[in-house]
Design a protein around this ligand. Structure first.
Ligand code: FSO
Ligand code: SF4
Length: 549
């Protein structure tokens, strides 16, 4: 086992990465190795998808399958070895069918790729032996740490982009141009590139591609559910039967809301589902009762206490056994946990039946509302106001404190940073890192809330477009704005958002709580020299540096 893709990975003086029987996230060596094999199978499939395009042969089923299956290998998504093997076998079957189709029309067509004709072993011991040949650090001793680190940067960035492609597709959005680029990057990475300049260039290419993906995702969300508007959300339970829904998939929430109408069941959002309350087509359901709990890392205690079923639509899932609720967590789509029930299709009847059979909340607690819903359009509508406030010296600086959360203590930096933001400055939040401080009181500035939540990590596009529009209206560059990004990272979606920001020329981003363990000091220096990207230090020092510009 070798996995170094998330912030909680093992770090030792002799080398970083989870490499024992089980990763820090609970992923077993077996699942991890099988995921490496799946990635290899997907790279081989993409190589043939690229070849097919040369002949005008495109298989929509392959285009949608590769990002979806790749998504299953992200942190805290799928811990079920059987499902991973299933995806790998499907990849091989799809590849063979594509090869047959291509060669029927062009008999000499071939692909020279290490995984171009990968065949999978039959039984688990043989599969695991085979998987060992595709360990991600296999040739690290030959290539050196810089090449390895850049390969991981590309691989993990591409995983993040794949996740957003799948999120967009669920909402009916895809692009043949993006699929072509995506397969190109997948196939290329499978050739084990060693050229540092090409690896850096392609990392930026993946970031740029992801910007287009995030635009698609934004249009999927807003075309189906409307533009988010500022909305008060109760964060305390009310008496009655209940279902909790977590993850990023708004479509699942909409299906669940429609199917529970009139049943008396209240629906609560959890984690990254919180921003859903701002969408007109979702908030119209009166039984979308509120938000329950906090960030994903607290789910084992929060789900254990929740008196109803829990639907996990995407990352981040952690061991439900620890909290004794395996029998009432339902996984969807690419999510998997061995022994947990996996719900396919669009019918939530079994979940609803379970909720009806449970007691639900016995009492209502005193309401504690927070406000969400400062999505792209609301922010863009506010640009003139923000510019006037800057001109009138009412607004000194905007801090975008975004990113994903984790369980390390160092993450209190982000709460402390939010608390220390001076009264004449604003805070924008994005993704699940906000749970550390979004229930604190920040007051208002010239009638606007000082803390405005832009949404899920999926909604980073809205924050980027605000920066672009502000810069356009002020006639300056994005880096000249009184705006600083302070990003917490945890998993691969954050990696690709960072690549997107860097590829757009956004400089001087503060990142933490630690640097990705796959990046060497040398690579971090390159990112610092090229983009001014720096690790967080202390709140006091960073705040002083930010406000001195
Ligand atoms: Fe968080 Fe998990 Fe959205 Fe991530 S819930 S950590 S970056 O998967 O996806 O922000
Ligand atoms: Fe370790 Fe993170 Fe990989 Fe889990 S996802 S095995 S914690 S590096």
């Amino acid at each position: 086992m070798y996995c170094v893709q998330c912030e909680q990975t093992v770090r030792t003086p002799t080398g970083n990465g989870c490499s024992w029987a089980q990763g820090m996230c609970g992923k077993t060596a077996e699942t991890s190795d099988l995921q490496d094999l799946l990635v290899t199978a997907l790279q081989g499939l993409s190589a043939w998808a690229v070849k097919g395009r040369e002949y005008g042969i495109i298989e929509p089923g392959i285009d949608s399958f590769v990002p979806r299956a790749f998504f299953s290998t992200l942190t805290n998504v799928n811990f079920d070895s059987d499902r991973i093997i299933g995806y790998a076998r499907e990849a091989v079957a799809l590849r063979e069918a594509l090869i047959a189709r291509i060669q029927t029309q062009h008999s000499g067509a071939s692909v020279i790729h290490p995984a171009g004709r990968l065949q999978l072993e039959d039984d688990m011991p043989s599969l695991l032996r085979q998987a060992g040949e595709y360990a991600l650090n296999d040739d690290k001793h030959l290539t050196g740490d810089d090449v390895h680190g850049l390969r991981m940067l590309n691989l993990y960035g591409l995983k993040g982009a794949a996740a957003y492609m799948e999120h967009a597709l669920v909402l009916g959005q895809s692009s043949p141009v993006i699929y072509a680029q995506f397969h190109g990057f997948m196939a290329w990475l499978g050739t084990h590139p060693t050229d540092i300049a090409a690896l850096l260039e392609n990392a930026m290419g993946i970031g740029q591609m992801n910007f287009a993906v995030m635009a698609l995702l934004d249009s999927g969300e807003t075309s189906l559910y409307g533009n988010p508007v500022p909305t008060q959300v109760n964060t305390r339970p009310i008496a009655g039967k209940s279902i909790l829904i977590s993850g990023h998939d708004l479509k699942d929430l909409q299906l669940l809301l429609a199917q529970t109408e009139g049943t008396g069941i209240n629906i609560y959002t959890h984690g990254e589902m919180l921003p859903a309350h701002g969408y007109p087509e979702l908030k119209k359901y009166p039984h979308l009762a509120g938000n329950y709990g906090s960030g994903w890392q607290n789910q084992q205690t929060e789900f254990a206490r929740f008196p109803g079923p829990v639907v996990m639509t995407s990352n981040c899932i952690i061991d439900p056994g620890a909290g004794n609720y395996t029998d009432r967590i339902w996984t969807r789509s690419i999510v998997g946990w061995p022994g947990a029930k996996h719900l396919t299709g669009e019918d939530f009847a079994p979940v609803i039946a379970q909720a009806l059979a449970m007691e639900g909340f016995r009492y209502s607690e005193i309401a504690h509302p927070i406000t969400v819903g400062f999505g792209r359009q609301t922010l863009l509508d506010a640009t003139d106001t923000l510019i006037d406030m800057v001109a009138a010296k009412q607004l000194r600086h905007i801090f975008l404190i975004g990113g994903c959360d984790g369980s390390r203590d160092e993450r209190s930096y982000f709460t402390d940073m939010a608390r220390e933001v001076p009264d004449d400055c604003m805070i924008l939040t994005l993704a699940c890192g906000k749970y550390r401080f979004n229930k604190l009181e920040f007051g208002t500035l010239a009638g606007l809330p000082r803390l405005m939540d832009v949404g899920q990590c999926n909604d980073a596009y809205g924050a980027i477009m605000l920066a672009v529009k502000l810069a356009e209206k002020l006639g300056c560059g994005v880096n000249d704005l009184p705006l600083t990004l302070v990003l917490s990272w945890f998993e691969q979606k954050a990696i690709v958002i960072l690549l997107t920001l860097l590829s757009l020329g956004v400089n001087n981003i503060y990142t933490g709580p630690t640097a990705p363990a796959f990046l060497t000091d040398n690579l971090l220096q390159i990112l610092n020299d090229k983009f001014g990207m720096r690790g967080i230090s202390t709140v006091g020092a960073d705040m002083a540096a930010i406000l001195s510009h």
